[in-house]
Design a binder for this molecule. Structure first.
Ligand code: UDP
Ligand code: MG
Length: 315
């Protein structure tokens, strides 16, 4: 029997957690080939979420829970769930029933077909505020153009993954986590399943514009060093302008009958100094980019399959 862990990050979800469990259980009970275990992660909730988890765990043998000492954020909750999972398959889904449990058997087909991951994406962004929709598409455009990883715009954190992919994700031990980027970074074959967006009926969203903006910035700066390279480019551009401006000034000065402004030498110096400063920052930026990549300590490669017994190797 294939074992499958369902990881559920929860922050102040007392209104919905019981319903989530019964609704999801209805679906998983109908899937006889799999043994499901729920790993509920209480992300330092201030309401009864943790107590509800304990009650569920006392009543049902398939419920495990982890309760954080304070609110560490959804990323930390997902990571904790993944590190504590042992299943052949792992599902990550929200507690608020915005990720329909009925999608589980549908997505499982992708895994059966041999995909390492079956992930959900919103078919439409209906029901979402126009402004947040606009910002979201802007974020994906910028991020996808700056980084080598390509994230589909409507992807959500609702997916089924095989153990190989989960282990790969856990090898990325960075503290500042941006899962959508990490999922894309590790690669593996992913099948996408569109679903109709469901409005949250119980509880409230935990995201504010500020927290989303911060998260989006992390998504870009956590995966791309391109902005640092812009500094060098700007520096070179500015030095170029300084050179041309100086050349024109000297020619005008040499030609008879053309008055050169007394400020011209000063402007030349300012442009040059500015350009050199920018270029120096760019060079520093290149080294910072190296440090950034080294400290992330990401794996140099990830294996999909091999017939070499990797356990016996030193690394
Ligand atoms: N969540 C969490 N920690 C947080 C914020 C959210 O574990 O600090 C959980 C939350 O309980 C829910 C999921 O992450 O299960 C998605 O949160 P939410 O529904 O607020 O986000 P939205 O659906 O609006 O993007
Ligand atoms: Mg939600």
């Amino acid at each position: 029997m294939t074992t499958c862990d369902i990881i559920v990050p929860c922050y102040n979800e007392q209104e919905v957690l019981n319903t989530f469990y019964t609704e999801t259980k209805k679906v998983t009970d109908s899937m006889k080939d799999y043994a499901f275990t729920f790993i509920m992660v209480d992300d330092g909730s201030h309401d009864r979420t943790a107590e509800i988890m304990k009650e569920l765990a006392a009543e049902h043998s398939d419920v495990r829970y982890i309760s954080f000492s304070r609110n560490f954020g959804k990323e930390a909750a997902m990571y904790a769930g993944l590190t504590h999972s042992t299943g052949d398959l792992v599902i990550i889904m929200d507690a608020d029933l915005q990720h329909p449990p009925t999608m589980i058997p549908v997505m499982m087909k992708g895994i059966k077909e041999g995909y390492e991951c079956a992930a959900a994406m919103r078919a439409t962004r209906e029901g979402e505020k126009r402004l947040s929709s606009l910002f979201s598409s802007l974020f994906y455009k910028i991020s996808n153009s700056l980084t080598e990883i390509k994230m589909p715009q409507n992807a959500v954190d609702f997916r089924i993954m095989r153990r190989t992919m989960v282990d790969a994700i856990l090898k990325l031990s960075e503290v500042e986590r941006f899962s959508k980027g990490i999922f894309a970074w590790v690669g593996f074959k992913t099948k996408w399943y569109p679903y109709e967006n469901v409005e949250r009926t119980l509880g409230t969203t935990k995201w504010s514009f500020k927290s989303l903006f911060r998260y989006a910035m992390l998504g870009i700066t956590g995966f791309s060093t391109v902005p640092l390279k812009w500094l060098s480019f700007l520096g070179v551009l500015m030095c170029g302008v300084a050179f041309v401006y100086t050349l024109i000034t000297v020619i005008r000065w040499l030609l008879p009958g053309i008055a050169v402004s007394a400020n011209a030498p000063l402007i030349c110096v300012i442009l040059f100094v500015g350009g050199i400063l920018e270029l120096s920052m760019g060079i520093l930026g290149e080294y910072v980019a190296h440090i950034f990549r080294e400290t992330k300590n990401r794996p140099i490669y990830l294996i999909r399959q091999t017939n070499i017994e990797t356990d016996k190797l030193l690394h």
